[in-house]
Write a protein that binds this ligand. Structure first.
Ligand SMILES: Nc1ncnc2c1ncn2[C@@H]1O[C@H](COP(=O)(O)OP(=O)(O)OP(=O)(O)O)[C@@H](O)[C@H]1O
Ligand SMILES: [Mg+2]
Length: 238
C-alpha cells in the first residue's frame, strides 16, 4: 500500500509543486495519475521513493514512513522510470543479475532471468547484448524486468509507455493487470489517457500540485475520460 498524507513539497526556489496531497493506493489496484506537464506527478513519485524530502506531510509504504525507515520502505517498492538507469557495459542478463543481487535475491538462475525477459517482450537476441546498444524501449523493458524480479508489493512507474512501441505498450498493460491481480499496488504516472481507460482501476487528475479529480473505473467509464480531462484543464485557462 502507498499513502500520501497531506504530502507537500515546496522546492528550494519557493515553488509549491505539491500541495497537501492525500491519496491511498491499495493492494490489487492500478492507479493512474494524470495531469499536465509540471502538475506534480514526478514530485509525488520522488517523495514516495524518498529521493526528496517533503516540506510537510508524510509518504508511507506499507504503512511505514519513508523518512523514518528509508531502507525498509525501499524493499517494498519497485520503480520503473522513463529513463531507466542501467549499466551500459553489462548485458541485459548481467543487469538483471546485478540488480537482483542488490535487492538480496541471490538464488536466481539464468533461466529465471530469461523467463522474465521473455515475459516483458524483449527480443531473445538482445538477452546477452550490452545495454549501451539498446533502444529506449528495450531499456524500459529491462527496467520493467528488474522491477518484476524484485517482487515488491508496490510498483511505481513514471511514463512507462513513453518509449514503447504500440505492441510493447499493450503487453506492458497485460503485465500490469497480471501484477495487479496478484495483489500488487501499482501507481502509474502518465499522459496516456488511452491506457488509463484500458487498465485503470482508479484515475486521479493533478493540476498545479493539487489532486482535483478522483474517479473509480465504474465512474470514469460512464463518461468520456478525455472529455473529463480536458474539462479540468480548461478551468485553469478561464
Ligand atoms: N528540483 C526542482 N526545483 C524546483 N522546482 C522543481 C524541481 N523539480 C520540479 N520542479 C517544479 O515542480 C513542478 C512539478 O514538477 P513535476 O516534475 O512533479 O511535474 P510532472 O507532473 O511530473 O510533469 P511532467 O508531466 O512534465 O513530467 C513543476 O513546476 C516543476 O518546474
Ligand atoms: Mg514527470
Amino acid at each position: 500500500m502507498l499513502q500520501a498524507i497531506d504530502l507537500t513539497k515546496r522546492y528550494e526556489d519557493g515553488h509549491l509543486a505539491l500541495d497537501a496531497l492525500n491519496l491511498e493506493i491499495k493492494p490489487g489496484e492500478i492507479f493512474f495519475l494524470l495531469g499536465a506537464n509540471g502538475a506534480g506527478k514526478t514530485t509525488t513519485i520522488n517523495l514516495l521513493l524518498n529521493f526528496i524530502e517533503p516540506t510537510l506531510g508524510k509518504a508511507l509504504v506499507n504503512g511505514i514512513d519513508v523518512m523514518e525507515q528509508p531502507l525498509e520502505t525501499k524493499k517494498h517498492i519497485a520503480f520503473v522510470s522513463e529513463n531507466v538507469m542501467l549499466y551500459g557495459s553489462f548485458t541485459a542478463c548481467q543487469n538483471l543479475d546485478f540488480f537482483a543481487r542488490l535487492g538480496g535475491k541471490t538464488n536466481l538462475t539464468k533461466k529465471d532471468y530469461y523467463d522474465v525477459m521473455r515475459r516483458v517482450g524483449l527480443q531473445e537476441e538482445a538477452f546477452e547484448r550490452k545495454l549501451k546498444t539498446f533502444s529506449k524501449g528495450m531499456r524500459q523493458k529491462v527496467g520493467l524486468a528488474i522491477a518484476i524480479i524484485k517482487d515488491a508489493d508496490n510498483i511505481v512507474m513514471d511514463e512507462p509507455t513513453s518509449g514503447l512501441d504500440p505492441k510493447s505498450a499493450a503487453e506492458l498493460m497485460q503485465i500490469l493487470i497480471h501484477l495487479r491481480n496478484s495483489g500488487k499496488a501499482i501507481l502509474m504516472c502518465t499522459h496516456d489517457l488511452f491506457r488509463a481507460k484500458a487498465a485503470a482501476d482508479r484515475v486521479g487528475i493533478m493540476k498545479e500540485g493539487r489532486l482535483v479529480m478522483l474517479r473509480t473505473r465504474e465512474e470514469f467509464l460512464q463518461d468520456d475520460l478525455e472529455r473529463i480531462y480536458l474539462d479540468y484543464m480548461q478551468e485553469a485557462v478561464l
